[in-house]
Structures are given as structure tokens and as C-alpha cells.
Design a protein around this ligand. Structure first.
Ligand SMILES: Cc1cc2nc3c(=O)[nH]c(=O)nc-3n(C[C@H](O)[C@H](O)[C@H](O)COP(=O)(O)O)c2cc1C
Ligand code: SF4
Length: 679
């Protein structure tokens, strides 16, 4: 047996967890009609299969009808959830993985216009900033009803064969009662004392125990320091944890530090790229030390060494690697097999989380199979015939195509015009905060090296360069170049965000960033310019600025730029630019009509996405068997491409990523995976 501390079993009550690695609760928004069906099951099964000891399914699975699912959560107040949960439990148990679920009533942390449109409750009448819901103050009959709902839901989970449950007690209803900031009630559940603030949680725990018995595993994911003036302090948090231990109803605590009612607070609790690693680990260790209760915890413990340290140092009993498991479901298997360096790293891009808060499903920025386990392989199978595959372009899409083709057993050559791999990610990682993005490239380069892919740098591929390789398949992943030709006149007077980010063009003093694409490049350029001491106006024709950047990713930009001379203007469109002596005049209109004004700047930067670099693709098209065509039905159904429309052609030709149209990193990687897995 291995002596790796991470691989030692942990005994939780009667349950033996086979190692110290867990996935903490999270809702990837994969439910259908509020039920965890095949897609949901496959997601957890994939991780169970690869050795994780415990998966805490769902996140915020709701126990009551008046807790509308904020991000497609599981509806545990319905009896029909039981068979789905049972299937998922069986699928995990089959691989020796324990399975639990997080139950909750979200209180004011949801919206009122979802599910049954019922008014919801809290211990405060004040709105939650993130969801803008004005709750009703909970009445006695609400409290009674919700306590019973918790017990019913817990019983359903026990009946489904789960090993246990945890209650969400941070910023959700239980904590809205517990925090002095959000308990305005009088009476037995009111804000007067810690005991009365904790009474709701205690009553819920008591009701669950009564219904599910003393053997059923029951834990609380609780905030032990809200880090907010007037909120639960560290001292009070440890007192809460101690009372939870002493009540004898709780088997483990999963420790949270911070508050999540704003995007900024949420980002400190779940740190994104550029933020410190494992920022709350020591704190969780202090709670464990003070209470001697089994402690679980997750928050950007993204590498195996830090996870190992968390166990060896006695800070945690179970270490949560949640986003890391979205990026690589096979973390435990790779540790067991001594292949730690092959783990696909979580780069903290938070594409996963940001998407769920927009009402979409969670995808990992660089593992396109996650959340698509029913159609996309996490393990690539070998092809029956070995082919020669030429990939042009070593950005994320090109390298993914090369990696997958090599995993299929093909002979792969990559041609890259630049001296380094990375494409647009090289620009992204110019930002110190977003340096972790380069691991998307570095991991693929390492895989390509392991698999024997040949990469030619400083190679400008032309028709001859490609055909000389005598390929069976050619994949064009040449990306795009910045589109600045969007104005009625004066296109030649503007610069692109790439010019600024790369340092090719020095920032001006009074700068307009016209952001039509609304993605990271606009804000990244604006930040570079503002940090150089300039006055910057970021202008967008949209209703919101930077709509593609999304909630948690916006936080570090705002933290950096609100301190500088930056303004944000929405609903105006840059229509033209004129020269005015040494300066420029921006002609500004609006899609809403009726205005035209002229404003002086000394530099105008345009962010409007990319134009495909597809010359080589069009040159190769007539020489190909499929004339570049893709059978979309076959592609989406997971069948090989069989378009052979040109009898004179000698290879199959495809293009992916921004070489097709301006999209994002995930799209480029998904294009590559779903095409090449069947080549
Ligand atoms: C897509 C997604 C959804 C999440 N939803 C929940 C949730 O509903 N409840 C919860 O307690 N935590 C939720 N989390 C937080 C995780 O449990 C975990 O605390 C967080 O991701 C930090 O751990 P990590 O750095 O290992 O990912 C979610 C995380 C992700 C990525
Ligand atoms: S999207 Fe980013 S943060 Fe989320 S799992 Fe993937 S790499 Fe990690």
C-alpha cells in the first residue's frame, strides 16, 4: 500500500473513505427539469471511476418550493428525485466512491421569478446584492414548514442510498439566521443572541437526525468568519463550530471563510487566477485544531503538493479539489500511478463558475469533455488506422488537435509561424494576474512531447510546406488577427487591443477603448493603459460593459481599475474617427438613435474580436478530398467525417477555432476535441 498521505483512508463514523481527496459540493447546472439525469450521473461517475474518495454532489440542492433554483439546482423537495439520486449513488459506489449531497434553502440568495414564482423568505427584509431579491421576513409557519422540508429532503437522500448530506450554512437561509448582519427577527429565532441566531440551524439538524437516525452522516458547510464588519467574526465562528460539535448532531464541518453576497466577496471565498493559492487553508486548520471535529475544506488548493501539505500538516481531514477535478477527473488515478506531472491543471479561469451565474451550464475552459461525458471522452481511444496529421498553428486549438491526434496513435506534425506556442494565450498571459493561463499551453506541449508530436516553430506554412508532408488530414488552427475595420471612416487611425497588450504601441494620455467584443482583451488593454497613468474611457454599445467577462472575472479588473482614472460608458457606439492636429476626434452615436457627438482623444483603441486567418485553408481547399466541408450531423453525433466530394483530393481538410470565426479558448479546444477524437 502507498505511503502517500493523500492516499491513506479516513474513517468518518462508520464510513471508510478510501483516500483524503474529495470533490466539494458544486452545482454544474447539468440538471434536466431539476433532476440529476444521465449527464449529471456521468459527470460524477467519471470522477468516481478515477479514484476520488468522496463526491459531494449538487450544490445547493433545494429542499423547499419557495427556494427557487438559482442555477439549475436539484429539486430535492420532489419525490421523483429519489430514483435519479439512487442511480447516481449506485454509479459512484460501484467504484468505491462515497457520495453525499449538499441540501439547502437559499433564502434571499436566489430569484423570485423562477420555478413556482413563490415569494421567498429570510431573517432579513434586505435584498441580497447578487440576486436582487427582496425577501419576506420568515413567519413562524415558514420556519416550521422549512424545517420539515429539510427533514423530508434528507430522508429522500437516505432512501436513495447516499452516504450522508451536508447543509449549506454560508449566506444561505441557515446562515442568514446565524449572521448578525442578516437577522432582524424577534423571538426565539431572532438576532438577540448567538443561541437564538443558531436555533434555526440547530432545529434543522435535530429534525434531520430524528428522521434519518443517528447513523446517517450529517455535516455542515459553515462560514467560520464572514470577514465583514458586523458579521460573524473568527472568534464567533469558532464558537459556532464548537457548539455544532457539542450538540452531537454533526459528523463533519466543511469550513468556509468569507461572504458571498457580492461577486467580489464570492471571489475571495473561491479565488480565481492571479489570487493567492489556498488562502483559507491555515484558517480551516485553526478550526480543526480548536474543535477536533473532522474538517473538510476547498479553496484553490490547485496542486497536489499543497493538497498533500494540507493533510500532512493536520490542517484538514479531507482536502477538496473541486475545480481541479473539473479540469482533470483523473487526479487520483494519476497520483496512484505516479503520473502527477500529467495532471491537467486547473488554471483558475473560472469559466465554469461564471457560466452558471449566467444561467448556463458549467464547462471547463480547457477540458471540453467535462460536462459532456456522455459524448466526449476523457480518455482518448486509439484509432484503428494510423494517419499522418498536419496541424497548422500551435495555439490552444491547434495543440489540442495535435494532442488528441497523437493520443489516437497518429503521426502528428505541428507548424507554427511564431517562435513560441500559445497564440492569443501569449497575449492573455501578459497580464500578471492571468499568467496561469499559459498552463493551458504548457500542459499540451508536455503531452505532445510525451506522445512524440513534432513541432516546427518559426515555420510559415504554405501549400507546399503542408503537401510535402504527404498528410492524410490537415487541420488549420491559424487563429485570427484583430478586427479594427469596423468604422464608417477613420479605421486607419485606431489601434487594436493587441497592439496595446503586446507593448507594440505605447498607451496615450487620454484614451478611448471602444469595446464591441466585450471580452477580456478590452479590459486587459484598458488596464494596461490606465496603469500607465492615462485617462481611459471604456465605451460599449451594449447595455452592460464587458458582457463576455462575467461576474467573478470582472472583480480583479474592477479592483485594479476603479482606483485609476477609468470610466465606463454603456449604450454608445464609436462610428468614425477623424484626425484633429496631433489628436483624434471620436464621432459617437448610439444604436438607439438621435445623437451624434464629437469628443477629442489622443488614442483610440478598438476591441472587436478577430478576423480569421484562413488564407492557407482556402489555398488548400481545392486539393482536399472534402473541399473543407464538415458533416455537422456526424460531428455532433460523434461519428467520423466521411465527406469525400472531390475524387482528386489527397487529404481531408478542416479548420478550427478562430481560424473559422472569432470565439474563445473553450470553443477552439472543443472544436479540436470533437473533430479529432473520431479521426
Ligand atoms: C460550478 C461550481 C458551482 C458551485 N456551486 C456550489 C454550491 O452550490 N454550493 C457550495 O457550497 N459550493 C459551490 N461551489 C464551490 C465549491 O464547492 C468549492 O468550494 C470551490 O470551487 C473552491 O474549491 P476549488 O478551488 O477546489 O474549486 C461551486 C463551485 C463550482 C466550480
Ligand atoms: S474553467 Fe478554469 S477554473 Fe474552472 S475548472 Fe476549468 S481551469 Fe479550473
Amino acid at each position: 500500500m502507498s505511503n502517500d498521505p493523500l492516499l491513506q483512508p479516513f474513517r468518518l463514523k462508520h464510513l471508510t473513505l478510501k483516500n483524503r481527496i474529495m470533490i466539494t459540493s458544486h452545482e454544474p447546472a447539468y440538471t434536466e427539469d431539476g433532476m440529476p439525469k444521465a449527464r449529471y450521473r456521468a459527470y460524477h461517475q467519471e470522477r468516481a471511476k478515477a479514484g476520488v474518495a468522496l463526491t459531494m454532489t449538487a450544490g445547493s440542492a433545494v429542499v423547499s418550493r419557495d427556494s427557487a433554483p438559482a442555477f439549475n439546482n436539484i429539486l430535492t423537495y420532489k419525490d421523483e428525485v429519489v430514483p435519479y439520486m439512487r442511480d447516481m449513488a449506485d454509479a459512484c459506489h460501484e467504484h468505491g466512491c462515497a457520495i453525499m449531497i449538499q441540501l439547502t434553502h437559499m433564502g434571499r440568495r436566489t430569484r423570485w421569478d423562477g420555478a413556482d414564482w413563490l415569494p421567498t423568505i429570510s431573517a432579513t427584509r434586505r435584498r441580497e446584492p447578487a440576486h436582487r431579491l427582496s425577501p419576506k421576513l420568515a413567519e413562524d409557519w415558514d420556519i416550521e414548514r422549512v424545517i420539515a422540508d429539510y427533514a423530508d429532503a434528507a430522508e429522500r437522500m437516505k432512501f436513495a442510498g447516499l452516504d450522508g448530506i451536508e447543509l449549506n450554512a454560508y449566506n444561505h437561509l441557515t446562515d442568514q439566521f446565524m449572521s448578525p448582519l442578516t437577522n432582524e427577527l424577534d423571538g426565539p429565532y431572532g438576532g438577540a443572541t448567538l443561541e437564538s441566531r443558531m436555533k434555526f440551524l440547530m432545529d434543522v439538524l435535530g429534525a434531520i437526525r430524528e428522521r434519518c437516525g443517528s447513523e446517517f452522516i450529517l455535516g455542515v458547510r459553515n462560514v467560520a468568519d464572514e470577514c465583514l464588519e458586523g458579521g460573524i467574526t473568527k472568534q464567533e465562528g469558532i464558537e459556532i463550530a464548537t457548539r455544532l460539535r457539542d450538540c452531537g448532531l454533526v459528523d463533519f464541518l466543511d469550513i468556509i471563510r468569507g461572504h458571498i453576497e457580492t461577486d467580489a466577496g464570492l471571489t475571495d471565498v473561491i479565488p480565481i487566477q492571479g489570487m493567492p493559492s489556498a488562502p483559507h487553508l491555515d484558517f480551516a486548520g485553526e478550526v480543526r485544531q480548536a474543535t477536533k471535529v473532522p474538517v473538510f475544506h476547498a479553496a484553490k488548493i490547485s496542486d497536489v503538493s499543497t493538497a498533500r501539505h494540507a493533510i500532512v500538516s493536520g490542517k484538514l481531514d479531507m482536502v477538496g479539489l473541486t475545480r481541479p477535478h473539473m479540469a482533470d477527473p483523473q487526479i487520483v488515478r494519476k497520483i496512484v500511478e505516479g503520473r502527477e506531472e500529467e495532471i491537467r491543471p486547473c488554471v483558475g479561469a473560472n469559466y465554469c463558475l461564471d457560466r452558471i451565474y449566467l444561467g448556463a451550464d458549467a464547462f471547463c475552459i480547457h477540458n471540453a469533455a467535462t460536462g459532456r461525458e456522455l459524448e466526449m471522452p476523457q480518455d482518448i481511444t486509439k484509432a484503428t488506422d494510423k494517419k499522418k496529421v498536419v496541424v497548422v498553428g500551435a495555439g490552444p486549438g491547434g495543440l489540442e488537435a495535435a494532442r488528441v491526434a497523437a493520443e489516437r496513435g497518429h503521426d502528428v506534425v505541428v507548424m507554427e509561424a511564431a517562435a513560441r506556442a500559445g497564440g492569443q494565450i501569449l497575449l492573455t498571459s501578459q497580464s500578471t494576474r492571468r499568467k496561469e493561463m499559459i498552463s493551458i499551453i504548457d500542459w499540451r506541449l508536455a503531452q505532445c512531447e510525451r506522445l512524440g508530436v513534432t513541432i516546427h516553430f518559426n515555420t510559415w506554412a504554405e501549400v507546399d510546406t503542408v503537401t510535402k508532408e504527404d498528410p492524410d488530414v490537415v487541420i488549420i488552427a491559424t487563429g485570427g488577427y484583430p478586427d479594427t475595420e469596423i468604422l464608417k471612416s477613420g479605421n486607419e487611425l485606431v489601434v487594436s487591443t493587441w497592439d496595446i497588450i503586446s507593448g507594440d504601441v505605447k498607451p496615450g494620455r487620454n484614451v478611448l477603448v471602444f469595446d464591441e467584443a466585450g471580452d477580456n482583451a478590452g479590459l486587459q488593454a484598458a488596464e494596461v493603459i490606465a496603469k500607465a497613468g492615462a485617462k481611459v474611457e471604456v465605451m460599449t454599445p451594449d447595455r452592460n460593459f464587458a458582457p463576455e467577462v462575467m461576474g467573478m472575472n470582472l472583480v480583479p479588473y474592477m479592483r485594479a481599475m476603479q482606483k485609476l482614472d477609468t470610466t465606463f460608458t454603456v449604450t454608445y457606439r464609436l462610428e468614425a474617427v477623424k484626425r484633429d492636429g496631433n489628436g483624434l476626434i471620436a464621432v459617437i452615436g448610439s444604436d438607439y438613435g438621435g445623437i451624434s457627438r464629437e469628443v477629442p482623444f489622443d488614442q483610440i483603441v478598438v476591441n472587436a474580436g478577430t478576423v480569421p486567418m484562413a488564407e492557407l485553408y482556402f489555398d488548400l481547399k481545392p486539393l482536399s478530398k472534402n473541399l473543407g466541408a464538415v458533416d455537422y450531423l456526424a460531428l455532433t453525433a460523434g461519428r467520423p467525417q466521411q465527406m469525400d466530394t472531390n475524387a482528386d483530393g489527397s487529404f481531408h481538410l478542416y479548420r478550427i477555432g478562430d481560424a473559422v470565426s472569432s470565439r474563445n479558448t473553450h470553443a477552439a479546444i472543443y472544436d479540436a476535441l470533437r473533430l479529432v477524437k473520431d479521426i
